[in-house]
Design a protein around this ligand. Structure first.
Ligand code: GDP
Ligand code: GDP
Length: 439
């Protein structure tokens, strides 16, 4: 599981600046998709080959008793509780404030690992920018400039090293049983996740579940259907009680993100009897960024009039247009309708996500795309694409080799992606393109 870093601090110390620096999307194709709204509080980062999750707890206000600030404080507490490391940011230009002390007291009580970080330190001496903060009793502060990037890399490496050591101590890494396609069922509370799980696995003898002894309390549920093996992984907030699965925890974005990244295929569950919400769109955004294969299931389709059904379909087209690469099924988890087709699409999405695309076939498809439409010049430079090979699976990564490929425009990349998708029938999986210029 990816280590989780929470950014904590009073307003204006630079949390969102640091968040943006850490999560800056590596994938322009994802960044530009129309309709995709990002959740600016949760993101994925990567240093070298080490991925991690970052939470920006903007609006830290631990004293409020009610209202929106109280809500935010609850979210902050949940984020801190779920983090491996808390990065507590203070402002080196403003110096120590009473608010910083309040936060320190709160963090101390949580027992989390805290790294005290002095931001806005560019052009300042370590001793002068940190002098104020020793009073907090958190040892030698780290010093960074989120805006300029100074010290950020080292900070993250230390945070990850710490998270790694800490994990190794109190949590044995679970080696998941190799049991078919790994599926995560995600969606906001009450869309019908536990009902769907019960429909899928309820009547079967479940071989192993509720792996005890881990702080993160993960579950893996192998099951079979139509003679095929699957494993449900880590579905956030769902636990087995006796013979049935129930939603027992409040919604956790972190757990949702973790399950998505551990899965081969994600089933995004939506509720046909409710409007598609911002939370649905955010979850969809996480799936897209993760690169996992996806099937959309619109649940509670039973009992809707045909007008209502049309309404739902329009709502989907309008709000989740960026998921059009995935198959959508209209199902009733309660009545069990549409589930077999849903699982067929899960199989198909997995097959597409793990397809073997040979260099000759990819190169031929590339040549066809170029013959139909050449990439435009950028200034006096014309990009020259020569051949393509597969750089990875789940999601398929197509690496294109040639010269001056930095001049290939985003619309042209999307055109290429569409062409590869159609040629190789890559339904249900994102496709990533990488451009590699020879010299
Ligand atoms: P947040 O409220 O904690 O999320 O803070 P923001 O990230 O919105 O930053 C607050 C202000 O501080 C903005 O005007 C930023 O441009 C500025 N800021 C953030 N990081 C730095 C830094 O490293 N150096 C300087 N000089 N300003 C910074
Ligand atoms: P979760 O929070 O996502 O796990 O949602 P649950 O599975 O607990 O379902 C929330 C509510 O929706 C429960 O009252 C279910 O009985 C109901 N529900 C789930 N699936 C369906 C469905 O297909 N049709 C209808 N009408 N209700 C459903």
């Amino acid at each position: 599981m990816k280590p989780v870093i929470a950014l904590v601090g009073r307003p204006n110390v630079g949390k969102s600046t640091l968040f943006n620096r850490l999560t800056r999307s590596r994938d322009a194709l994802v960044a530009d998709l129309p309709g995709l709204t990002r959740d600016r509080h949760y993101g994925e980062g990567r240093i070298g080959d080490r991925p991690f999750l970052v939470i920006d707890t903007g609006g830290f206000e631990p004293v409020a008793k009610e209202g929106i600030m109280h809500e935010m404080a609850l979210q902050t507490r949940q984020a801190v509780a779920e983090a491996d490391v808390v990065v507590f940011i203070v402002d080196g230009r403003q110096g120590l404030t009473p608010h910083d002390k309040t936060i320190t007291d709160y963090l101390r009580k949580t027992g989390r690992k805290v790294m005290l970080v002095v931001n806005k330190s560019e052009g300042m001496k370590y001793t002068s920018v940190t002098a104020d903060f020793y009073e907090l009793g958190m040892g030698d502060p780290y010093v960074i400039s989120a805006a300029h990037g100074d010290g950020v890399h080292d900070l993250v490496v230390e945070a990850l090293d710490f998270a790694f050591e800490n994990r190794a101590e109190d949590e044995e890494e679970l080696e998941p049983a190799d049991h078919g396609i790994k599926i995560a069922i995600v969606g906001r509370p009450n869309v019908g996740k536990s009902t769907l799980i019960n429909t899928l696995v309820g009547e079967q003898r479940v071989i192993a579940f509720d792996m005890p002894g881990t702080t993160r309390d993960s579950i893996e549920v192998p099951f079979e259907r139509d003679g095929k093996s699957y494993t449900l992984i880590d579905t956030a907030g769902i636990r087995r009680r006796g013979k049935i699965f129930e939603a027992i925890e409040k919604f956790s974005v972190v757990k949702t993100m973790q399950s998505i990244s551990d899965a081969n295929v994600v089933i995004l569950l939506l509720d046909a009897q409710q409007d598609i919400s911002e939370q649905d769109a955010h979850i969809a955004g996480f799936i897209l960024e993760s690169g996992r294969a996806l099937v959309v299931a619109v649940n509670k389709w039973d009992g809707l009039t045909s007008d209502q059904r049309d309404q739902v379909k329009m709502d989907l087209d309008r709000k989740l247009d960026f998921l059009s690469f995935a198959k959508t099924h209209f199902v009733s988890a309660l009545k069990g309708t549409g589930i077999s087709q849903l699982m067929k699409s899960v199989d198909a999405a997995y097959a597409a996500a793990t397809a073997n695309l040979s260099t000759p076939r990819l190169t031929r498809a590339l040549q066809e795309a170029i013959e139909k439409q050449e990439p435009k010049r950028k200034g006096s430079v014309r990009p020259k694409m020569r051949y393509a090979h597969q750089g990875g699976q789940n999601p398929p990564i197509i690496v294109i080799h040639g010269n001056a490929l930095e001049a290939v425009s985003d619309p042209y990349k999307r055109y290429l992606e569409k062409h590869f998708r159609e040629t190789f029938n890559l339904v249900g999986t994102p496709v990533r393109l990488e451009m590699r210029t020879g010299k």
